[in-house]
Design a binder for this molecule. Structure first.
Ligand SMILES: NC(=O)c1ccc[n+]([C@@H]2O[C@H](COP(=O)([O-])OP(=O)(O)OC[C@H]3O[C@@H](n4cnc5c(N)ncnc54)[C@H](O)[C@@H]3O)[C@@H](O)[C@H]2O)c1
Length: 303
């Protein structure tokens, strides 16, 4: 079996490629190296340096591939509001190009990294997949467009497709620069280097933090399952407040860390919590890493 990971040098992609290398005879990575988190060096993992927006390159990369794990995207909510056409290119055109290459190469399955951002600021919790889609950024709109293309290729050509809507992913190799996707890495980084953690607003806002190993395992479960044509939440099913998170991280860092509250950010939702019952039902997913254990692992990785 040959698996291909688009964006396989990214934060999630590199750990997915590593896991898949135990399951597939060959794992290909298609990555344009625009945001490398880690280079994967394993005997059966091969890089094809290229851009998913380039239909020809993507078509060639997918030759003889059985399953595509499509993680490549421009992942930055704030940047998407400034440069929406970059998201349109990478996330919408790029996803269409992956779908077309999959169709032409008779790929049997595409597993797409989508995002809980598609729900915007939900008002019913926990958030299940029947809740309205209300993107509040160009990034979120582009991720949902990708889901729609997958749905179209599923209906038209019978390609098995699954969209996995990740909640707030954290873990090793996540860079701290992007405060929206990497609040945990940022808190660790700021606590260690500046002995200070800054919380936007009162810190009572909550997020559903899911450890990256659970995310990559969900991809493998989706690959092995018979589920098709679905969009599925992948989270921890547990709500953690930003205040609790900051306190836990402060306790793990040797220096005397100050926690400060600063002006709230516009557009930050008050709550986030995934209903993960569909993931359990369709792909037998259950999170394995509790937040306390995930933070311990990340703390050891970062020190
Ligand atoms: N990190 C999160 O918390 C989170 C949450 C929800 C959804 N997601 C989704 O998960 C996926 C992976 O996210 P991540 O955090 O690992 O991102 P990342 O930026 O770390 O990785 C993306 C990878 O894709 C590559 N890439 C980007 N544009 C490309 C292009 N046009 N052609 C080829 N390669 C390209 C980059 O070089 C990088 O290696 C994304 O689709 C993202 O939308 C992430």
């Amino acid at each position: 079996m040959i698996g291909l990971v688009t964006g396989g040098y990214g934060f999630i992609g590199n750990q997915l490629a590593e896991l898949l290398s135990n399951e597939f005879s060959e794992v290909r990575i298609l990555d344009n190296l625009s945001n490398v988190a880690r280079v994967v060096r394993l005997p059966n993992v091969h890089l094809i340096e290229g851009d998913i927006r380039d239909a020809e390159t993507t078509f060639k990369a997918l030759r003889d591939v059985d399953i595509v794990f499509h993680t490549a995207a421009r992942v930055d909510v704030v940047a998407s509001t400034r440069e929406p056409f970059v998201d349109l290119g990478n996330n919408i055109l790029g996803t269409l190009s992956v779908c077309e290459a999959a169709r032409k190469n008779d790929v049997s399955k595409i597993i797409y990294s989508s995002s809980a951002a598609v729900y915007g600021n939900a008002d019913v919790f926990p958030i299940d997949e029947m809740q309205p889609i209300r993107p509040i950024s160009q990034y979120a709109a582009s991720k949902y467009s990708g889901e729609l293309y997958l749905a179209a290729y599923h209906s038209l050509y019978g390609i098995d497709t699954i969209s996995l809507r990740y909640f707030n992913v954290y873990g090793p190799y996540q860079r701290p620069e992007n405060a929206y996707s990497g609040v945990i890495s940022k808190f660790f980084y700021d606590a260690r280097s500046n002995a200070k953690i800054e919380i936007f607003g009162d810190g009572k806002q909550t997020r559903d933090f899911v450890y990256v190993k659970d995310i990559v395992r969900a991809n493998l479960l989706a690959a092995k399952s018979k589920a098709s044509g679905a969009a599925i939440n992948i989270g921890s099913g547990v709500e953690t407040s930003i205040n609790d998170l900051a306190i836990k991280i402060k306790e793990m860092v040797p220096s005397n860390v100050r926690i400060e509250h600063v002006t709230p950010r516009v557009g930050d939702g008050r709550r986030s919590l995934a209903d993960i019952s569909l993931a359990k039902k369709l792909i037998n997913y259950e999170p394995e890493t509790k937040i306390a254990d995930g933070l311990e692992k990340l703390s050891r990785f970062m020190s």
